[in-house]
Design a protein around this ligand. Structure first.
Ligand code: FES
Length: 234
């Protein structure tokens, strides 16, 4: 419990688990890609970075609020950082936005627009990977993955399944089922939570397959499909 100063305004907090929540409770819209209140904090995207009164920057999702803190959420430096992060993510991202099934609801697309990213100065050196259509419920497109890990944590922490995980390192890092199996070869239960938490088109609903209609006829899947949208509270 305490008071902090955010963008020159005194804001009280009680038991919020991180500074990001205090900022959002104060009505300030701060961008995030890897934070969801229902799953553990990962601190990967750094879009939620804020600056304190000594000029130190840190991810607000990964720091607890402390009494007397003074932070800024929208300085020129932070805006430049955020724009650069989105530009770098887009550089390693498939660019078929106009035909992507997530177009219009893609968080990365929305952020690029909001932050004024109008061109990409960096070359895409990422290897292209095949799409995985093996599941009756979802399609996995590794070329649109931004490595936020939301799908990995949702599958593990909400469903207790763990069908997805991280593999490799550095520029080769990927999210995939263990041993690069197809989704259909894993213990995936077709709940769709990974799709709900994915901010891009890396995981989308499988709309072009007869299998999907068979899956939707399964009463268990219908129940999960009703639950899934309600879970999406960032
Ligand atoms: Fe804080 Fe991604 S939201 S690092």
């Amino acid at each position: 419990m305490g008071t902090m100063t955010i963008d020159g305004r005194k804001v009280e907090f009680t038991d919020e688990k991180n500074i990001l929540t205090v900022i959002r409770n104060a009505g300030i819209n701060i961008p995030t890609l890897c934070y969801h209140s229902e799953i553990s904090t990962f601190g990967a995207c750094r879009l939620c970075t804020v600056e304190d009164d000594r000029g130190k920057t840190f991810a607000s999702c990964s720091e607890q609020p402390r009494d007397g803190m003074v932070i800024y959420t929208n300085t020129g430096r932070l805006r430049n950082y955020r724009k650069l992060i989105v530009e770098l993510l887009l550089a390693a991202h498939c660019r078929d936005c106009t035909t992507c099934i997530k177009s219009g609801e893609c968080v990365l697309q929305e952020l690029a627009h909001r932050l004024g990213v109008r061109n990409i100065r960096f070359e895409n050196t990422r290897e292209q990977h095949e799409l995985d259509f093996s599941s009756p419920s979802i399609v996995r497109d590794p070329n649109k993955c931004i490595l936020c890990g939301n799908c990995v944590r949702a599958c593990e922490e909400i469903q207790g399944i763990g069908a997805l995980g991280f593999a490799f390192r550095g520029t080769e890092a990927m999210v995939m089922p263990a041993f690069n199996k197809k989704i259909a070869e894993t213990q995936c239960v077709n709940c769709g939570q990974c799709r709900v938490f994915c901010p891009t088109g890396a995981i989308s609903i499988h709309t072009n397959s007869d299998k999907v209609w068979k899956a939707l006829a399964d009463p268990e899947i219908r129940v999960v499909a009703q639950i899934a949208p309600a879970v999406r509270v960032a």
